[in-house]
Design a protein around this ligand. Structure first.
Ligand code: F6P
Length: 322
């Protein structure tokens, strides 16, 4: 293999740059030329790409976002779009592709590899951590720490005013961020898509805590909670209990910023592993880290497999919250 392409796709995640750096540098050591593809599959379709070498990825390990930029590309969901992308790869002699992103990125990669003779390896990067085949995705640790810092600040004002705060964190389909932030931030409760939210039970719990002397509380709500977002849940609670409350939606703040050491290290490991997988002919897979070991799983596992919240962390949160 002489030339590979690399792209970032879907929502950006802190650590994507560290992964690009690792892949580019390890490929160069193996004598492989790397082409950086802009804006994910959208850039591949229109041929927006340029060679990138080890100096080109200097001074990016600490930067959030992605130097290659990213997009959610509708055109690539259709075979016609993928055919255009394949034509660009052929024109530029690109034999392999490293796709950094989440399950949406890997769905596209799998269809692409099924239809055309392209070798694709995925690297899991999304702040949501909702990708099976890896214990953690690149960007999750940074997002958790960013949200945690915000919650610590909110706790100060919640205490001073004796208020109840509903803090909404990202996680359209999953509560991984909410769970870790909730436990580490000493939240009263977490509301996540994986567990049905019972407003009556929540109100009862809050009432009980306040009767026992608690004067301020933080409820962490994942944006995808089935009972609605933080605003809607706060309104339902206000109808039932008399407590002054406020809502804070953290939003895209969680997606940016300097990656933590853990994210940079994970990104470095997986960037190198992706190149190695391509060289070994282990394509059609996603590299991930499970219990400290770097492994490859089929791309399809990222949407057919199950990744559940850690029950012990939920137990700890319940045990220590009140
Ligand atoms: O990348 C995942 C994620 O951050 C989700 O948690 C969130 O729902 C979504 O992306 C937001 O996407 P966008 O930036 O396109 O609004």
């Amino acid at each position: 293999m002489e030339k590979i392409g690399i792209l970032t796709s879907g929502g950006d995640a802190p650590g994507m740059n560290a992964c690009i750096r690792a892949a580019v540098r390890s490929a160069e050591i193996q004598g492989i030329q790397v082409v950086g593809i802009m804006r994910g599959y959208a850039g591949l379709i229109v041929g927006d790409l340029a060679p990138v070498d080890r100096r080109g990825v200097a001074n990016i390990i600490q930067r959030g976002g992605t130097i290659l930029e990213t997009a959610r590309c509708e055109e690539f969901k259709a075979r016609e779009g993928r055919a255009k992308a394949f034509a660009v790869m052929q024109e530029h002699g690109i034999e392999g592709l490293i796709a950094i992103g989440g399950d949406g990125t890997f769905r596209g990669a799998k269809s692409f590899a099924d239809e055309f003779p392209v070798k694709v390896v995925g690297v899991p990067a999304t702040i949501d951590n909702d990708v099976p085949g890896t214990d953690y995705t690149i960007g999750f640790d940074t997002a958790v720490n960013t949200a945690l810092e915000a919650i610590d600040r909110i706790r100060d004002t919640a205490f001073s005013h004796e208020r109840l705060f509903f803090v909404e964190v990202m996680g359209r389909q999953s509560g991984f961020i909410a769970l870790e932030v909730g436990l580490a931030g000493g939240a009263e409760a977490i509301l996540v898509p994986e567990i049905p939210t019972d407003i009556e039970t929540l109100c009862h719990q809050l009432d009980h805590s306040f009767r026992s002397g608690k004067r301020s509380s933080i409820i962490v709500v994942a944006e995808g909670d089935k009972a609605g977002g933080a605003f809607s849940i706060a309104n339902k609670v206000r109808e039932r209990i008399k407590m002054e409350s406020r809502v804070c939606v953290l939003g895209h703040i969680q997606r940016g910023g300097t990656p933590t050491a853990r994210d940079r290290i994970l990104a470095s490991k997986l960037g190198v592993a992706a190149v190695e997988a391509l060289l070994k002919g282990q394509d059609g897979c996603m590299v991930g880290e499970v219990k400290g070991d770097v492994i490859c799983t089929p791309l399809s596992t990222s949407w057919t497999g199950a990744k559940t919240l850690d029950g012990y962390l939920i137990h700890l949160l319940d045990l220590l919250a009140h």
